[in-house]
Design a protein around this ligand. Structure first.
Ligand SMILES: [Fe+2]
Ligand SMILES: [Fe+2]
Length: 341
């Protein structure tokens, strides 16, 4: 069941965000969850363009000061992130298509468009830095590395099940859980490698771009946490002990897979230690649980211990940026006032 484009017999305000009814007219003054308008506007405000980030010094760093292992990890992670964003881009559009609340659908479609921008950004990084062989290595990594493939399969399977049967509410619930992990753990976990390179004063442009993407992903994670809470509220048949336990087990299984992957990919990387990474994965996992109203999977890990991740992984947080990079990272727009038309 997809949404109705127009239904003249019912209210403009949707009865439910999924599986509900609405006229199809998006009246932002008459929506069930008024904060959707704020989210929508904020998303628009986060707009940025990848080619405005300068990568000249990154190219020099990549060629001259990254070890072979560091280059390999850079390649594999950019390929992996591309694969996740490609999936996120398509998933959001299917989700937007089944969403019955036009205001929520508008936010989801905007998020989908941003996932497309993210995939393009990794393309920009790799086509600037990598030669033909390296690029092949990057973009085939999600297919070629069994451990990575196995980690991704857990979430891709749930997302595919939903895409194949989008009116099934249980499949929707499982796919949304998988999406929480995709955005809040698998993506965000990988960003930290770029933060760690910037901490060693290399690949600052790449890190600036990743920090812009991370800001978007954090936003998405909060939004999808909200969607999960709304879904539980509107569909008591999904809000069961059994499903809650499923969510905890599923998220924990994904987090453990991520730790295993971290152990493999960050081997022989000096800028980031494996125990530090595992600790960060647990912290991130708890964040997605809290956002979605799910019990924390690692109750003993409430605080971010590696504070440098905040310094190097936050938009505008890197004090070592040069003028151009600072300019980029504090990407902003003129207000529309005074435009000559
Ligand atoms: Fe993304
Ligand atoms: Fe996202």
């Amino acid at each position: 069941m997809a949404f109705r484009v127009f239904n003249g017999e019912v209210n403009n305000k949707a009865t439910k965000i999924f599986g509900g009814v609405a006229s199809g007219i998006c009246d932002w003054d008459d929506i069930k969850y008024p904060h959707m308008l704020t989210l929508y506007k904020e998303l628009f405000g986060n707009y940025w363009i990848e080619d405005e980030i300068r990568l000249t010094s990154d190219l020099k760093h990549y060629r001259e000061s990254l070890t072979d292992r560091e280059k390999y990890v850079y390649n594999v992670l950019t390929g992996m992130l591309t694969s996740l964003d490609s999936v996120a881009n398509r998933f959001n559009f299917t989700l937007g298509h089944t969403c019955t609340d036009p205001s929520v659908a508008a936010v989801i479609q905007m998020i989908g468009a941003f996932e497309g921008l993210h995939a393009r950004s990794y393309q920009y990084l790799t086509s600037t830095m990598l030669n033909f062989e390296e690029k092949k290595q990057a973009f085939n990594a999600p297919k070629d590395i069994p451990l990575l493939r196995n980690r991704n399969d857990i979430i891709f399977k749930q997302i595919q099940n939903f895409v194949d049967d989008p009116s099934n509410m249980k499949k929707l619930y499982y796919a949304l859980l998988a999406n929480l992990v995709l955005e809040g753990v698998f993506f965000t976990g990988a960003f930290v490698y770029f933060n760690s390179l910037a901490r060693s004063n290399r690949m600052i442009g790449s890190n600036n771009m990743v920090s812009l993407i991370k800001t978007d992903e954090n936003f998405h994670s909060v939004f999808y946490g909200d969607v999960m809470k709304i879904l539980m509220l509107e569909n008591p048949e999904l809000n069961t002990k059994e499903n809650h336990q499923y969510a905890i087990n599923f998220i924990k299984c994904c987090a453990e897979k991520e730790k295993e992957w971290g152990e493999c990919i960050f081997q022989d990387i000096d800028t980031l230690s494996i125990p530090e990474y595992k600790d960060y994965v647990e912290y991130l996992t708890n964040v997605i649980c809290r956002n979605a109203g799910i019990e924390e999977v690692y109750p003993n890990n409430k605080e971010l211990k590696s504070k440098w991740i905040i310094t190097y992984g936050t938009k505008g947080g890197n004090t070592k940026s040069d003028f151009f990079q600072t300019n980029v990272i504090s990407y902003g727009h003129e207000s529309g006032d005074g435009f000559d038309l």
